[in-house]
Write a protein that binds this ligand. Structure first.
Ligand code: MSP
Length: 472
């Protein structure tokens, strides 16, 4: 039995949860449920990133005290995660007093690698980072993610000396001690690491009021990323507590847009603190809407609550875990969503359960005992490599295989012909296959897997309401 720590990126609170945010939670949740199925103990962090100018300005715009604003939005994210049926164990808010205190202690521990300097450069408030002159030119002065012009900033900041750790980070990436997934991102990160200047980690108080004050210097406030990244360890109790039970993290889930912070600044912070690097950084693709990243600033956000309310949590999980490739970008359209619901969930799975349960019911069939089965190697290999959408495909092929098997076995003909031994054999093998598929399905669609297990244990009766009623 291992102790496994899984983390998710903590969203900014300058807007409501959108469908894109679900990706981190879902991938982490599949990982967590799978690890628990293997018998491991899982700690699963989620939280909210509550400091910084974007949030401060938004609250100002709405004329709400900023603390009230973040309190309300943090609650919305908690409700959202609950609605997604995601089993996190720890929730951290960067405005928690405990977190703020710990971040200040962390800052003091980083001191040997921090210096003060004056800097002039281009900044994007959307990304909350400076961009290099080269990036500025390549993007013609406009941030491609936020569609906003970069701002010219000149100010005194504290810097984290990334150069102290470049070699160690490079070595950790190349030796796969800190595995970056998908692996094709490795090259890009190594290049960014090479080019990475030291990172500004504070801003003058006049420029950033809503943040954690830098200890021993009243004039500066911590840069949001230092504060935010630290959440992964403050929530475990660092620096007061020994966190070696759960740290290093088994997997940290982030979107590809923020992989650079997790693959460069974060490891530098960890190395400066004398902590191990995470085992794996899993970076997923973006959910697009009309071909563009879904984002509050662009205004093409899909309201997840609408999707959840229409077809329920399991249909939402199904679409995002199977039809959104784990590692590349995918476009969300209602048409694709409805098609996958009707053709796959309703037809392939819902009908299968109904059909097989009806056959069992009519023929008075009950499964006597279910032999313990091993998880198939193909499945565990994909799950261990975090290839979740492909593992889900594998399970779905099994589901479709059972449908084909029933068509071939024709249990209804066996019943008509009175071939009862054969009938029992085929029903038994089909039900066992379905229960096995349900087990493999459980990290993805936990409620559905549970319902299937219930329907086919003891006296079998078809569900009164099919699992996924068709909508067209
Ligand atoms: N606050 C930072 C993260 C700090 S982690 C120490 C941040 N917040 S965010 O709200 O912009 O994004 C939160 C997570 O949601 C990130 O992993 C991000 O990649 C993900 N997504 C945001 N929009 C997304 C899509 N449209 N599609 C998929 N994931 C998206 O970055």
């Amino acid at each position: 039995m291992e102790k496994i720590y899984i983390t998710t990126a903590i969203p900014y609170l300058n807007g409501l949860p959108h469908a894109g945010h679900a990706m981190d939670y879902y991938l982490a949740d599949v990982c967590s449920r799978y690890q628990k199925m293997l018998g491991n103990i899982v700690r699963f962090q989620a939280g909210t990133d509550e400091h910084g100018n974007k949030i401060y300005q938004k609250a100002k715009e709405l004329n709400i005290p900023v603390k009230d604003y973040v309190d309300a939005n943090a609650q919305k994210f908690k409700d959202f995660i609950k609605k997604l049926d995601v089993e996190y164990t720890d929730f951290v808010r960067t405005t928690d007093t405990e977190h703020e205190k710990k971040v200040q202690e962390i800052w003091l521990k980083l001191k040997d690698h921090i210096y003060l300097a004056r800097y002039a450069g281009w900044y994007c408030t959307g990304c909350e980072r400076y961009v290099t002159e080269k990036e500025y030119k390549e993007n013609n002065g406009i941030c491609p993610d936020h569609q906003k012009p970069y701002e010219k900033l000149e100010e005194e900041n504290y810097y984290l000396r990334i150069s102290d750790f470049k070699e160690q980070i490079r070595e950790a990436i190349l030796s796969k001690r800190m595995l970056i997934l998908p692996e094709f991102r490795e090259k890009e990160i190594l290049k960014l690491l090479d080019e990475s200047p030291d990172v500004s980690i504070s801003r003058p108080k006049e420029q950033l009021t809503w943040g954690v004050p830098v200890p021993d210097d009243d004039s500066q406030v911590m840069y949001v990323w230092i504060d935010a990244l630290a959440n992964y360890i403050t929530v475990l109790g660092f620096p007061e507590k020994d966190i070696s039970d759960f740290w290093p993290a088994y997997a940290q889930f982030v979107g590809k847009d923020i992989l650079r912070f997790h693959a460069i600044i974060w490891p530098a912070m960890l190395l400066a603190l004398g902590l191990e690097l995470p085992r794996t950084l899993v970076s997923h693709g973006m959910i697009l809407s009309n071909g563009q990243k879904m984002s509050k600033s662009i205004g093409n956000v899909i309201d997840p609550i609408e999707v959840l309310d229409k077809h329920g949590t399991e249909a939402f999980r199904y679409f995002f875990l199977r039809h959104v490739d784990t590692f590349s970008d995918s476009d969300f359209t209602w048409e694709k969503f409805e098609d996958s619901y009707n053709n796959e969930l309703a037809n392939d799975l819902g009908n299968l359960v109904q059909r097989l349960a009806t056959l069992c019911f009519k023929n008075n069939f009950e499964l006597k005992d279910l032999p313990e089965s091993e998880l198939p190697k193909e499945y565990t290999e994909l799950m261990d490599k975090f290839e979740f959408s492909r593992a889900f495909d594998f399970v779905w092929e099994k589901v479709q295989g059972i449908n084909r098997k029933i068509d071939e076995d024709k249990p209804w003909s066996l019943a008509k012909e009175g071939k009862l031994t054969e009938l029992n054999q085929v029903l038994s093998s089909e039900v066992m296959d379905l229960l096995e598929a349900a087990k493999l399905l459980s990290p993805f669609l936990p409620e559905t897997a549970e319902r299937i297990a219930q329907v086919f244990s003891g006296k079998i009766e078809p569900p009164k309401e099919p699992l996924f009623p068709k909508t067209k």
